[in-house]
Design a protein around this ligand. Sequence first.
Ligand code: ADP
Length: 415
Amino acid sequence: MNILVINCGSSSVKFQIVRTDIDLIEKNQDKRLASGNLERVGSQALITLQTEGQPKIKQALPIRDHRAALDFILRWIISPESKINGINSLADIHAVGHRVVHGAEKFTMSILIDDKVIDGIEDCIDLAPLHNPANLKGIIAARDLLGPGVPQVAVFDTAFHSTMPETSYLYAIPYQLYRRHKIRKYGFHGTSHRYIAYRYRQLAGVEREKVNIITLHLGNGCSACAIKEGESIDTSMGLTPLEGLVMGTRGGDIDPAIIEFLHHKEGMSLNEIDTVLNKQSGLLGLSGLTNDMRDLLAEEHEHQDRRARLAIDIFCGRARKYIGAYVAEMHGADAIAFAGGIGENSPEVRQRICNGLEWFGITLDDKLNKQIVGGKEGEITTKDSRVKVYVIPTNEEMLIARDTVRCVKDVPRRW
Ligand code: ADP
């Protein structure tokens, strides 16, 4: 089957075409055929398109909204210009898989989309006011453009964490607030953590129930996940993606009293404080320079910038603290796995996070750590390291495509 995978953000649409099916999944022979990204949807959009094996095409065009973006994507996919093998008309697109950010307690697995599911995703808007509406726009646009006969599947960022026990997901605030408003930890990046766990299982050759690992997705957004006996038992993001690790522009864990303090001292509104916490904190806020880890590392090395070093040290220290907490919570772990732009590409950040973790049985192999970058996958610890460390480039789109096939063929699976 040819699956169109769509990831709609508030002003962006990312897509992939993946050829997959039940037998291809089993043989790990599914393939990405093409991918692309439309940024700044709503104005002059920056468009990147690529068919596998072909050069990237970049252009800028006015794109009004998500529907226009999808229309553009579909036209390109079926055009001779895209040169996608085996796709010549819309009939060659057999199903659509959507990344949906928040499924709350309603959606604990990927699901075939019907009107009831659309209503359910709408009900979760309160919890993800920026993301779920954009995801819904993608779903409605795909249904309008491809017709109701093409099945669509929703794959939720929160679903993998639905196995967390209430001792992990409840905040220690009045219980009625959970009852009344479902205020609790949900966690995000679930599809990524699940993919990393799946690849670890293949690399280490262990059964699903024996997967005891800590996964670190370190990109612009960052989160950690404690996976015990194959299930997420805790994760660092919370009711929203603000909690937990230090990220590009989010600070992660802070004392919530800072919000009231800011309101009094700086006269900021709740909206302004939300902007500070989501867009001006983290690596950017600490360094005063950039949210980009690559640039921060360069500043530290080339100009000995003190705040760049501080930002990276706090970033690495927070990740280490979560590893320690999860090791205790899981009663030990067999491995740690790094993913995301930083986790996949920065041997230095990996080394700084693992620094001092020898007590826990981690000995990084310097050479391997330096070698495994740029999309490579593998182990970066020495042979005698009791706890293994892996780099596993994440591939959420592949999982979304696989879940889409499984839902369409009625063989859903947790992971
Ligand atoms: P997103 O969460 O937006 O998908 P990515 O997973 O692409 O983001 O991660 C982006 C982050 O990865 C940026 O901070 C970027 O600087 C960092 N990054 C990418 N390549 C490197 C590298 N070689 N060294 C250090 N950091 C890197």
